[in-house]
Design a protein around this ligand. Structure first.
Ligand code: AR6
Length: 174
C-alpha cells in the first residue's frame, strides 16, 4: 500500500475546533442530535445545523450524509452512523468499516482535501476502542486510493488513551 501522498495524523482535540475542510460526526439514525461528539458539534455549529439535518431524512447505520459546517471552522460536516456494539455478532465490524469508507467517499465527492474523524461508535455506542481503531485505520488506508482529492486525514481522539491506541497500531502514519 502506498500512502506517500497522504498525510495521516493522530491528535487529541475537540473536533469542533479544527480548521479542516470536513469533520465527521458520529451521529444516530435520526440525524437530529444527541450526546457525545454529536451534541458538541450541534452546540458549536448552531441551530442552523439542526434545520439542515431535518431535511436529510435520517441516515442508515454505515451510511453518510453531508451538511454545511454552519458556525464551525470546517466547511462541511459529514454525518455518519456507527453501529451499536452488541458483542460483535451483529455485523458491527462491517458496519463500522462502512461508516468510515462512506464518509471518505462522500468527502471526496465534494472535493474535500482535509478531513477529521472522531473515534466513531466508541463512546455511547460501546464499541471496544482497540477493535474500533483497527477498523478505522485499515478502512481509511484501504479507501483512500478511491479518494484522490483527500490529502490529509486526522484521527481526532478525545483522550490521550485513545491516541496511544492509534499510535501503537499504525506504522504507516506521519
Ligand atoms: N471531539 C472529539 N471527540 C469527541 C468529542 C469532541 N468534542 N466529544 C466526544 N468525543 P460518542 P458514538 C469522542 O458517544 O459512540 C450520540 O448521542 C468520545 O470520547 O460521541 O458513536 C449520537 O447521537 C468517543 O471517543 O459517539 C448517537 O446517539 C467518540 O467521540 C451516539 O451518541 C465517540 O463517542 C453515538 O455514539
Amino acid at each position: 500500500m502506498n500512502n506517500t501522498h497522504h498525510n495521516i495524523t493522530i491528535i487529541v482535540a475537540d473536533i469542533t475546533t479544527l480548521h479542516v475542510d470536513a469533520i465527521v460526526n458520529a451521529a444516530n439514525e435520526t440525524l437530529l442530535g444527541g450526546g457525545g461528539v454529536d451534541g458538541a458539534i450541534h452546540r458549536a455549529a448552531g441551530p442552523e445545523l439542526l434545520e439542515e439535518c431535518r431535511g436529510l431524512g435520517g441516515c442508515a447505520t454505515g451510511e453518510a450524509k453531508i451538511t454545511a459546517g454552519c458556525r464551525l471552522p470546517a466547511r462541511y460536516i459529514i454525518h455518519t452512523v456507527g453501529p451499536v456494539w452488541h458483542g460483535g455478532g451483529r455485523h458491527e465490524a462491517a458496519r463500522l468499516a462502512a461508516a468510515y469508507a462512506n464518509s471518505l467517499r462522500l468527502a471526496a465527492a465534494h472535493h474535500v482535501r482535509s478531513i477529521a474523524f472522531p473515534c466513531i461508535s466508541t463512546g455511547i455506542y460501546g464499541y471496544p476502542a482497540k477493535e474500533a481503531a483497527t477498523i478505522a485505520l485499515n478502512t481509511v488506508r484501504d479507501t483512500l486510493p478511491q479518494c484522490p482529492s483527500i490529502e490529509t486525514v486526522i484521527f481526532c481522539c478525545f483522550s490521550e488513551e485513545d491516541a496511544e491506541i492509534y499510535r501503537g497500531m499504525c506504522s504507516w502514519t506521519a
